[in-house]
Ligand binder design. Structure first.
Ligand SMILES: CC(C)(COP(=O)(O)OP(=O)(O)OC[C@H]1O[C@@H](n2cnc3c(N)ncnc32)[C@H](O)[C@@H]1OP(=O)(O)O)[C@@H](O)C(=O)NCCC(=O)NCCS
Length: 145
């Protein structure tokens, strides 16, 4: 398989404007983007109080990362640690850190920190299994194909 990140370059990011991949950042001066990251279309990032996306993080389409939430008056920096994955249509709330390698299921509401190396899902997001178990399941599923 070819490495789709071989020639990875960050897109041009301007306040409130869609990137070439159709995601958007507000207050990009408080936004940090790692290398070989992949962010899906229509994801919105509200970086007012800081959003950091580390290397190799993948985010599905239609996610929202809030470092400020006016409805419930919450604010705080968001950290997506290296190689974590955020399923489509998920919401990450202010002050939350998603740990390294952790996978968040689609349509999750992440309102508390998630540890590294787990699969978490739901509203609110809870740990559903260790990453090791998920990878073993994936391996045996692929072996049967
Ligand atoms: C989280 C995920 C990776 C788990 O995959 P999986 O191991 O094949 O899933 P399973 O069906 O075995 O799930 C294990 C448990 O978590 C629950 N679960 C899985 N995904 C969930 C979700 N998104 N929300 C709530 N619960 C979820 C399952 O119901 C199951 O619970 P149970 O044991 O009580 O029945 C997958 O369901 C998912 O959401 N992937 C994201 C896909 C995506 O967004 N793709 C687009 C971007 S590229």
């Amino acid at each position: 398989m070819t490495d789709r990140f071989q020639n990875w370059q960050p897109p041009k990011i301007e306040h409130g404007k869609l990137t070439e991949y159709n995601w958007v950042v507000y207050r990009p001066e408080n936004f940090k983007l790692g290398q070989k990251t992949d962010i899906g279309a229509f994801t919105a990032i509200f970086a007012h109080h800081g959003v950091t996306i580390e290397d190799e993080v993948q985010i599905g389409s239609h996610c929202t990362l809030y470092s400020a939430s006016t409805i419930d008056e919450k604010e705080g920096p968001v950290f997506l640690k290296r190689n974590c994955r955020i399923g489509s249509h998920s919401i990450v709330m202010p002050g939350v850190t998603v740990g390294e390698n952790t996978i968040v299921g689609a349509q999750s509401f992440v309102n508390r920190d998630l540890p590294p190396n787990v699969v978490a899902a739901g509203v609110p997001a809870k740990v559903v299994m260790p990453l090791k178990k998920y990878l073993e399941k994936l391996k045996s599923r692929k072996a049967k194909e």
